[in-house]
Write a protein that binds this ligand. Structure first.
Ligand code: GLA
Length: 730
C-alpha cells in the first residue's frame, strides 16, 4: 500500500518507489511533519521530533506548564497564522467577528484509490487507478472551520501531490487572506534553492543559491506564472549534482500569481512553501462555501537532478498532458510570424506553405494579424472575425488550399486580450480590467479582458468555435501578451475585488476546458510572449508551449537547459529561425539551429522562399531526422551532459531510449578557440554492458562511453553543432 495509517502511533506513511513521506497526528492533534526523503522502511520517524524551551517561542495553552512544546519550532503540515508559529504560514483567516486566527487540528482521514481532482483547475490525473489519495480533515479549535489536506501518491512515478481546501462551516462570512498549497518542514540539513528566473525572451535561467536565516522566495504578481520566475523550485544539498545527492522538486499546477520560497528558522530548520501569492488576494467565503488551492507536484530524488527531472518529465507527460497529441507525433510546423510579421496576404502565405510542403513540413500556422483591423499591434484584439481585406477568400479557402498541399492548418489567437481600438471595446469597455477613476496601464498597447465574467468567456467561446468550425483548423497557438494590472472587475461587488486575479485564472481554465471538450482533436500550443506562462497547468490544455520569443539557437541553449529541469522536451516549442537572428542579430549555422530546435516540439519560423538551395536541402534532412528520432526525443530520457556557462566551450545533451538501445548525442560549440584541444564528454544513461555502434562506425561499450567519455575532434567556425546516433549492437 502506498499510503498507510498506523492507528497505534497515529502515523501516516506515504511510500513511493524511492521516497518516504511521513507525518503524525501529534500532541493536541496537531498534524506534524516527520520526514520526506529517501525511502525508509521498518521505522517510524517520530524519533526525529524534539522540543526545547526556547525563549519568545510560546506554548499552546494545552501544554500547561510544559514550556518545551512550541508551534514556532515544531514541524507541521499546514501551519496557520496568528496562533504561535511566527514562521511563514500557509493560511490567514479573518473570522466573521474580525478575529484573525485559525488553529487546525486533526479530526479524521480517508484513504481512497485514484487521484483527487481540484475543482476548476488542472491537476495530475490517473486514468488507470494506479495512484492513491489521502484526505485529512482538520478543524479549527474555536470556530469549527474545516480544512482538508489532500495528498496524492503516484508510487511508480515517485511523485506526491498536495492541495488544500477550506470549507466555511461558520455562521458568518470569512475572509481568506492567504491560502498556500503546501508546506514542507525540513527538520535538518543544509540546503540550497534552485529557481528559474528570467525576463521576456530570456526565460527560466537557472539560479542556485544557498539558503540563509530568513526567507528566500520568488513569485509572480503579474496574473501569469511569468517570464520572470517559473512557478517551481528545487531544494538540494550543496553537494547535489546531476548524478548524486538529495534534491526535492516542486512544480505549481497553476498559471497565475504564485509565491515559492524557503525560510530558515532560528533553529536552522527549513520550511518550504508554495501557493497562490497572498498579495492582491482576498477571498470571501459565505457560509457553506469552499476555497480550493491549486495543486503542487513534489518529487524527491536521492541520486541528483537527472533523476528528479525524469520524475517530473514522466508525471507531466503521462499525467498532466492530455488529448490526441499526448503521444501522437506532433506535426512539424512552419509559423509565418518571423517570416512576415503583420505584413501578409493569402498569396505570400500560400507561397510559404507550398515551399514548406515541398520540404516535408506538415503544418502551416498563421500567426497574429488575420482578424479585425489588425495591421500592427495597436488594434483589433477581441475582434475575432477574419480580416477580409487581407484574406478576401476567407480562412476556409486558405485552410483548404493549405490542406490540398498535404499540410494541416493552424491559427493564432490571443483570447484574453482587448485593444481599445476594437469593435469589442467600443461595445463593451467594461469587459476590460480597469480601475474606476484611474487610467489603465497599457502594455503592448492592449488591455486585459475580465475573464472572470461568464459573458466574456461566452463571447470568446462563440467567436473561437465559429472560426474553428468554419475552416479546417488542427492547431491553435493560444497567446497572452502582457502582464495583468488594474485589477478590478466591473461585475463584482467591492468586497470581492480581492478575488479577481484568481477568478480570471479560473475563467481561462474554464474556457480552455470548454474548447478542448468541443474540439477534442485540436492541438493547442500555449504561449505568452514566448514562455511567460510555461507551467504544469497550461500543459494540461496545451501539450506544448512556445518556449521563448528568443529563437536564437545559442540563447535557447540556456533557456532550454533551465526548462529541462522540470518540464519534458515535448513541452518545449522550438523553431529554426532566420539569421541574422531577429532578436540578437547573431549568425549561427543552419544545422545548429536544427539541432537545438530538435530538443523540443520542432518547427520553422522563417521565409522558406528566401532560403538558399543548400539550406533547403538541410530542411529536408532535419525534417527526416526529426521524424526518425521523434520517439527517442519525446519518449526517451533526457540527459544534460553539462551546463551552459560551466566554463566549458560547449553545451551537450542526449536522449536515451527506455530500453537503452538507442541514443542521440547533441553538442553545440559555444566558444571556438585556436589550436584547440579535443573535447571529452561522458555520456549518461546507457547500458554499461552493451556495445554501441556510433555513426562513424566505431563500436564502444556503454561503460566506456559513460566512464571515459568520447572525444569530439575540434571544429573550426562559430557555433558548430554535432549530432549523432548510438545504437546498441544485438
Ligand atoms: C507573441 C508570441 C510570438 C508571436 C507574437 C504575435 O510575442 O510569442 O510568437 O505570436 O506574439 O503578436
Amino acid at each position: 500500500m502506498a499510503i498507510t495509517y498506523n492507528e497505534a502511533t497515529q502515523i501516516f506513511t506515504l511510500q513511493t518507489a524511492g521516497s518516504t513521506y511521513q507525518m503524525m497526528v501529534g500532541r493536541y492533534n496537531i498534524l506534524q511533519h516527520l520526514y520526506y526523503g529517501r525511502k525508509v522502511e521498518g521505522s517510524t520517524m517520530d524519533y526525529l521530533l524534539w522540543s526545547s524551551d526556547s525563549g519568545f517561542s510560546g506554548n499552546p495553552y494545552e501544554a500547561g506548564s510544559d514550556r518545551t512544546f512550541s508551534l514556532d519550532i515544531q514541524p507541521q503540515e499546514y501551519p496557520s497564522a496568528g496562533v504561535g508559529d511566527y514562521r511563514t504560514s500557509c493560511i490567514e483567516v479573518v473570522n466573521p467577528d474580525g478575529t484573525r486566527a485559525a488553529d487546525f487540528r486533526y479530526v479524521s482521514h480517508e484513504i481512497t484509490a485514484g487521484a483527487y481532482k481540484v475543482t476548476g483547475m488542472p491537476a495530475v490525473y490517473d486514468e488507470n487507478g494506479e495512484s492513491s489519495t489521502l484526505t485529512i480533515l482538520m478543524k479549527d479549535v474555536a470556530t469549527d472551520l474545516e480544512l482538508v489536506l489532500k495528498y496524492g501518491v503516484f508510487e511508480k512515478e515517485d511523485v506526491i501531490t498536495r492541495a488544500a481546501e477550506l470549507r466555511n462551516t461558520a455562521k458568518g462570512t470569512i475572509s481568506l487572506e492567504k491560502m498556500l498549497s503546501v508546506c514542507l518542514d525540513m527538520g535538518f540539513g543544509e540546503w540550497e534553492m534552485i529557481h528559474f528566473h528570467g525576463r521576456h525572451a530570456m526565460e527560466r535561467q537557472m539560479e542556485r543559491t544557498p539558503l540563509c536565516h530568513g526567507t528566500v522566495s520568488v513569485g509572480s504578481r503579474r496574473g501569469t506564472s511569468s517570464h520572470h520566475h517559473n512557478p517551481s523550485l528545487i531544494l538540494c544539498t550543496p553537494q547535489t549534482t546531476e548524478d548524486a545527492g538529495d534534491c526535492y522538486g516542486m512544480a505549481f499546477v497553476y498559471s497565475s500569481n504564485f509565491l515559492a520560497g524557503a525560510e530558515v528558522d532560528q533553529m536552522g530548520q527549513t520550511r518550504v512553501v508554495m501557493g497562490i501569492h497572498p498579495e492582491n488576494f482576498c477571498f470571501r467565503l459565505e457560509p457553506g462555501e469552499t476555497f480550493e488551492t491549486p495543486q503542487v507536484i513534489m518529487s524527491y530524488s536521492g541520486s541528483g537532478f537527472t533523476q528528479l527531472s525524469h520524475n517530473f518529465h514522466r508525471i507531466i507527460s503521462d499525467h498532466i498532458c492530455r488529448g490526441k497529441y499526448k503521444y501522437a507525433r506532433r506535426p512539424i510546423l512552419i509559423n509565418n510570424w518571423e517570416a512576415t510579421y503583420f505584413n501578409f496576404d493569402e498569396e505570400n502565405i500560400l507561397k510559404i506553405a507550398s515551399q514548406a510542403a515541398d520540404l516535408g513540413i506538415e503544418m502551416l500556422v498563421l500567426d497574429d494579424g488575420w482578424f479585425g483591423k489588425r495591421n500592427d499591434d495597436n488594434s483589433g484584439l477581441g475582434d475575432w472575425y477574419v480580416n477580409l481585406e487581407k484574406l478576401p477568400a476567407n480562412l476556409s479557402s486558405l485552410s483548404e488550399k493549405v490542406n490540398a498541399m498535404g499540410m494541416k492548418f493552424g491559427l493564432w489567437f490571443e483570447p484574453e486580450m482587448i485593444s481599445e481600438d476594437s469593435d469589442l471595446y467600443r461595445a463593451h469597455p467594461d469587459w476590460a480590467l480597469q480601475i474606476p477613476g484611474r487610467k489603465p496601464n497599457r502594455s503592448r498597447f492592449q488591455l486585459v479582458l475580465d475573464m472572470s465574467r461568464q459573458e466574456v468567456r461566452d463571447y470568446l467561446f462563440e467567436r473561437m468555435s465559429d472560426i474553428l468550425s468554419h475552416a479546417h483548423i488542427d492547431y491553435v497557438k493560444w497567446d497572452m501578451n502582457r502582464s495583468m494590472c488594474d485589477i478590478y472587475s466591473a461585475s463584482l461587488p467591492k468586497e470581492k475585488q480581492g478575488e479577481v486575479y484568481h477568478r480570471c485564472m479560473l475563467g481561462v481554465y474554464e474556457l480552455l476546458e470548454r474548447l478542448t471538450a468541443a474540439f477534442p482533436d485540436l492541438m493547442i500550443e500555449g504561449c505568452s510572449g514566448g514562455g511567460g506562462r510555461f507551467d504544469a497547468a497550461m500543459l494540461y490544455y496545451s501539450p506544448q508551449i512556445w518556449c521563448s520569443d528568443d529563437t536564437d539557437a545559442i540563447e535557447r541553449l540556456d533557456i532550454q537547459y533551465g526548462t529541462s529541469f522540470l518540464y519534458p522536451v515535448g513541452a518545449v516549442g522550438s523553431h529554426v529561425s532566420a539569421c541574422p537572428n531577429h532578436q540578437t542579430g547573431r549568425i549561427t549555422p543552419f544545422a545548429t539551429r536544427g539541432v537545438v530546435a530538435m530538443a523540443g516540439s520542432f518547427g520553422y519560423e522563417l521565409d522558406l522562399n528566401t532560403l538558399p538551395e543548400e539550406e533547403k536541402e538541410q530542411v529536408k534532412k532535419q525534417v527526416a531526422d526529426y521524424k526518425k528520432y521523434y520517439e527517442l526525443v519525446h519518449q526517451g530520457d533526457y540527459y544534460r551532459l553539462n551546463a551552459p556557462g560551466d566554463g566549458k566551450e560547449f553545451v551537450a545533451w542526449s536522449f536515451v531510449s527506455a530500453d537503452k538501445k538507442q541514443a542521440l548525442f547533441n553538442l553545440v560549440i559555444t566558444h571556438v578557440r585556436a589550436n584547440n584541444k579535443p573535447i571529452f564528454v561522458k555520456l549518461k544513461g546507457l547500458d554499461a554492458s552493451a556495445k554501441y555502434r556510433l555513426e562513424d562506425g566505431r563500436v564502444i561499450s556503454g561503460s566506456a562511453l559513460m566512464n571515459a567519455g568520447i572525444s569530439i575532434p575540434s571544429v573550426s567556425g562559430e557555433f558548430r553543432a554535432i549530432q549523432f546516433e548510438l545504437k546498441a549492437e544485438e
